[in-house]
Design a protein around this ligand. Structure first.
Ligand SMILES: NC(=O)c1ccc[n+]([C@@H]2O[C@H](COP(=O)([O-])OP(=O)(O)OC[C@H]3O[C@@H](n4cnc5c(N)ncnc54)[C@H](O)[C@@H]3O)[C@@H](O)[C@H]2O)c1
Length: 367
């Protein structure tokens, strides 16, 4: 870590922008990252003023170019609605600054690829908000696979539901506007699920999808996909935006030749079940998995205060603190962050193929 504090600027002080600001502030307070939040930007003056007061940031901009070209800003977080990501990432790269961009990176794979090229050409590092890569239950699952012989993967299923996010917890009218969001439950929400499936089972090689518009909106509210991965494993995804006031729920199941794993990822009670051939089933609670995340971050639990452990490992918005820690630690030590734009592109390829599959009523091969 360098001695001088690195300046961080954040564009988009809405829902996820504030979640990141909370996480980053906690990391700074805990002495875990040597950065300071130097500037904020939002085109909505009310949101900007509120966030500036809340996080004690003096320098504010309503125009993103101002923040990006501010000499005190070395790293830029892009947390605006999806259609704005491209111009902001390009301007950040042009200014020679490192960038963290929220998912989805763009509306399509070619657009996402362009952003990767722009950052590569500029020689800047680029991270993406595929936050489930820092989920402790998923990291624990990954470790189990490395430690035990589950055999080859055969089948995986993710069932992901969320209240239509236009007027509920994630209140945002733009999520109902295709020209801004790029699509609905698949690209805006379940791009995370596609990322998980490829992370566990390898690249998707073919997709068959049915996409529905039951609410009569311009963005889809249902997406069901059957995917074949590179070694033949099959995964299915059911993603829905519904109108019932219930908490988001994400359930994942993996069947291997010699084992099973089931993960309640977003239920009120999070846990992981697994069973190996010839052995009894095991339930792992959330608390048992936290040292896995800390190890993954290169931290030792015994050396941390309970507050710091809580910042990094508690469920909900705290996953974002772990993601920021991982991203900032990489940038500050001159290493490539993970997840990165390549991971985002891999997920975008499947999303694009699923939209094509559904509109052409055919299986899309070789994405
Ligand atoms: N990684 C995750 O789990 C996760 C979770 C939520 C949202 N997101 C992503 O983050 C992005 C933002 O989502 P959100 O829920 O925070 O939206 P939001 O509407 O709550 O916040 C977006 C903010 O950007 C501001 N903005 C819009 N255009 C701007 C511009 N040109 N210049 C400056 N500010 C501008 C808006 O005024 C608003 O304050 C989206 O791409 C979304 O998909 C990711």
């Amino acid at each position: 870590m360098t001695k001088e504090r690195i300046g961080l600027g954040l564009i988009g002080t809405g829902n996820v922008g504030r979640i990141h600001l909370t996480g980053i502030s906690s990391l700074i307070e805990a002495g875990l990252v040597n950065v300071q939040i130097s500037a904020l930007c939002d085109s909505d003056p009310k949101s900007l003023k509120e966030a500036a007061e809340l996080f004690g940031v003096e320098t504010v901009y309503e125009d993103y170019e101002g923040l990006i070209n501010d000499e005190g800003v070395n790293i830029v977080y892009v947390c605006t609605p999806t259609s704005k990501h491209g111009d902001m990432v390009k301007a950040t790269a042009k200014a020679g600054k490192h960038v963290f961009c929220e998912k989805p990176l763009a509306h399509s794979t070619p657009q996402a690829r362009e952003l990767l090229m722009v950052t590569k050409d500029a020689g800047v590092m680029a991270g993406v908000g595929l936050v489930l890569r820092l989920d402790q239950l998923l990291l624990y699952a990954k470790n189990l696979l490395a430690k035990h012989d589950f055999g080859k993967p055969i089948l995986a299923h993710i069932r992901d539901d969320q209240r239509f996010p236009v007027d509920y917890i994630y209140y945002s009218k733009w999520r109902g506007d295709r020209s801004i969001a790029g699509g609905g439950t698949l690209i805006e929400h379940s791009i995370h699920d596609i990322d998980i499936l490829q992370w566990f089972l390898g690249d998707v090689e073919s997709v068959y999808a049915k996409i529905g518009f039951f609410a009569g909106r311009e963005v889809e509210d249902q997406a069901s996909l059957i995917m074949t991965h590179k070694d033949g494993a099959v995964s299915t995804l059911d993603s829905i935006w519904h109108w019932v006031e219930r908490p988001n729920e994400r359930r994942i199941e993996f069947f291997f030749e010699k084992g099973y794993m089931g993960i309640a990822l977003e239920s009120e009670k999070r846990f992981l079940d697994y069973q190996l051939q010839g052995q009894s089933p095991v339930r792992v609670s959330e608390i048992e998995t936290r040292s896995t995340l800390l190890n993954h971050l290169g931290l030792v639990e015994k050396k941390l205060s309970p507050d710091v452990v809580e910042v990094l490992t508690e469920v909900g918005s705290e996953r974002y603190a772990a993601l920021s820690y991982s991203f900032l630690k990489a940038i500050l030590s001159g290493n490539a962050p993970s997840p990165d734009f390549m991971d985002a592109i891999a997920a975008h390829k499947v999303v694009d193929a699923a939209y094509r599959s559904s509109s052409e009523s055919r299986c899309v091969e070789q994405l």
